[in-house]
Design a protein around this ligand. Structure first.
Ligand SMILES: NC(=O)c1ccc[n+]([C@@H]2O[C@H](COP(=O)([O-])OP(=O)(O)OC[C@H]3O[C@@H](n4cnc5c(N)ncnc54)[C@H](OP(=O)(O)O)[C@@H]3O)[C@@H](O)[C@H]2O)c1
Length: 501
């Protein structure tokens, strides 16, 4: 039996009683991610002792109908539903339209629930709705005085914003302005659920809680860094959103940028949200200006029909609700540089694509070869060390090193030292939403984007989007790749290297 680690016995922070209000409560994100995450926290006894979850939407349901349809949708899934009824007794559905009157009704409704659940007027508002509703809901909450802290007694309120946070720099700034009209930065939680993966958090622990890696974590020893997040899935039922966004907005502005800054940032002076965000911001500030005309490299692709896991799948342009001549990229590879002492001239390859050969998310640190090739042999030079931090298919860290193959001949062989999370920790949650929701309940901003980080990320990406979306002069050319492949032919070599252990 596993002996509990001292950490398992620690309380999970300030989990004050609260009501979690989910706008878009009838939607896909609520059903697939948010409710399972809250239920998981409940089963792990991490939820506050007193809580309620109120799902809101224009669709009408009674509480009972809503609970039943959720239960039905989970019955054949992998949730352990043993105490669902107990959890569901705290779950409500409230029909509303997005009007001032409806929000005043909601406010009264929440006060009534406070009396029933002793939730002390603490609120978390999760905006699981299409992004055009984010400013509307923020304003409605503000104008009905539901955003202000100390609404009643000692109550606090927080707001969670799902991605996408804006469409470009201008829209991200506008959204920040509306939010700040009614909420302080401390009240705003901009989610990037990638940051809640154990291995992603482990990048900082790995780098800053060990002595042996940081001295070689720089341009003297590192040849290049690759960050890849490939998917087998296509656009699915997100066609409307995806075709206006494309891979650069959907993956690069947020997840890929977060993985990049965690890998490249300096040590914060303290492990605390603002200190970490400050260091992240510095990395984005240091990104070399990206100008395609002057030779900066980006490859864009779109999947065509092909075969994945033995099944033929349609191309992007044949997907439901995608225009036949769409030029939206579903794949991108960018070569970025960070102009500071540590990273001068080290290429960072960022790759993400849909309908690729496999689903994989990893950061690859490729070290340089030894300065002198002592073991040059007929079998080739010795291979350089490689460190792979993987979040999918398994959460793991692997370091390759050279060994001598047994026998008379002096042959080298690459071997791995590896640490696989699942082999050491059973029952770790694969639901990153559970972690971010818990942090929001506890008021911890470490895993969320701060305003300047979001705006900096957009200010780097927006000119690139403008260069790529200039319809008069589409550059770089969109390349088509068969579903189930390694992406466009021009990128295959790098991707093959990043996929190889
Ligand atoms: N689904 C995911 O896996 C995922 C992942 C990351 C981020 N997100 C983001 O999270 C948000 C929610 O995603 P989702 O997939 O759950 O969206 P969704 O299912 O399309 O919409 C959620 C709910 O919003 C309401 N809604 C839709 N269109 C509306 C409109 N024009 N006016 C008012 N209400 C409207 C609907 O509820 P009623 O009709 O009942 O009002 C719907 O059930 C989006 O911003 C999405 O980009 C989603």
């Amino acid at each position: 039996m596993k002996t509990p680690h001292a950490c398992d016995l620690l309380p999970s922070g300030d989990v004050a009683p609260c009501i979690i209000v989910i706008f878009g409560g009838s939607g896909d994100l609520t059903r697939r991610k948010l409710i399972p995450a809250l239920y998981y926290l409940y089963q792990q006894k991490k939820m506050p002792d007193k809580f309620a979850v109120v799902c809101c939407g224009r669709t009408t349901y009674t509480n009972e109908q809503f609970r039943q349809q959720l239960l039905l949708s989970y019955e054949n899934g992998d949730l352990n539903l043993s105490n669902w009824d107990e959890f569901a007794a705290n779950l409500y559905y409230h029909s509303l339209t997005y009007t001032a009157e409806a929000f005043l009704n909601l406010k009264d409704y929440l006060y009534k629930l406070d009396s029933h659940h002793s939730t002390e007027a603490n609120r978390i508002y999760d905006l699981a709705v299409p992004p055009n509703l984010y400013p509307i809901i923020a304003e409605l909450l503000g104008k009905s005085h539901m955003a202000t802290e100390q609404v009643q007694g000692n109550g606090w309120s927080r707001i969670i914003i799902e991605k996408p946070f804006g469409h470009d720099l201008e829209s991200a700034r506008q959204l920040n302005e509306v939010l700040h009209d009614y909420f302080t930065e401390e009240q705003i939680f901009r989610i990037d659920h990638y940051l809640a993966k154990e291995t992603v958090q482990n990048v900082l622990i790995f780098r800053f809680a060990n002595t042996i890696f940081e001295p070689v974590w720089n341009s003297h020893y590192i040849d290049y860094i690759g960050i890849i997040a490939s998917e087998e899935l296509g656009v699915g039922n997100r066609a409307g959103y995806y075709d206006t966004a494309g891979v650069l907005r959907d993956m690069f502005q947020n997840h890929m940028m977060q993985l990049l800054v965690l890998t490249a940032m300096e040590s914060p002076y303290r492990f605390e949200a603002n200190a970490i965000q400050d260091e992240k911001a510095k990395v984005i500030h240091s990104l070399r200006n990206f100008c395609i005309d002057s030779g900066s490299k980006i490859h864009l692709g779109q999947y065509g029909p092909g075969e994945i896991n033995g099944f033929m799948v349609p191309g992007y342009r044949e997907e439901k609700n995608i225009p036949a001549g769409s030029t939206t990229p579903t794949f991108a590879l960018m070569e970025l540089y960070i102009d500071n002492w540590r990273w001068r001239n080290v290429p960072f390859y960022l790759v993400s694509g849909k309908r690729m050969a496999k689903k994989e998310t990893r950061i690859v640190i490729q070290f340089k070869k030894t300065p002198h090739q002592l073991f040059r042999s007929p079998f080739g030079e010795s291979t350089a060390n490689k460190l792979i931090i993987e979040t999918y298919p398994q959460e793991s860290i692997k370091l390759s090193f050279q060994t001598k193959n047994p026998g008379h001949n002096l042959c080298l062989r690459s071997m791995y030292m590896d640490f696989v999370y699942q082999e050491h920790y059973h029952n770790i949650s694969s639901n990153a939403y559970a972690r971010v929701l818990l942090d929001c309940i506890g008021g911890d901003h470490t895993l969320f984007w701060r305003q300047d980080g979001i705006e900096l990320s957009w200010s780097f990406l927006t000119p690139i989007l403008q260069q790529c979306e200039n319809r008069q002069k589409i550059m770089p050319p969109l390349q088509f790749y068969p579903a189930g492949s390694l992406g466009p032919t021009s990128s295959e070599k790098i991707i093959q290297t990043l996929f190889t252990d």
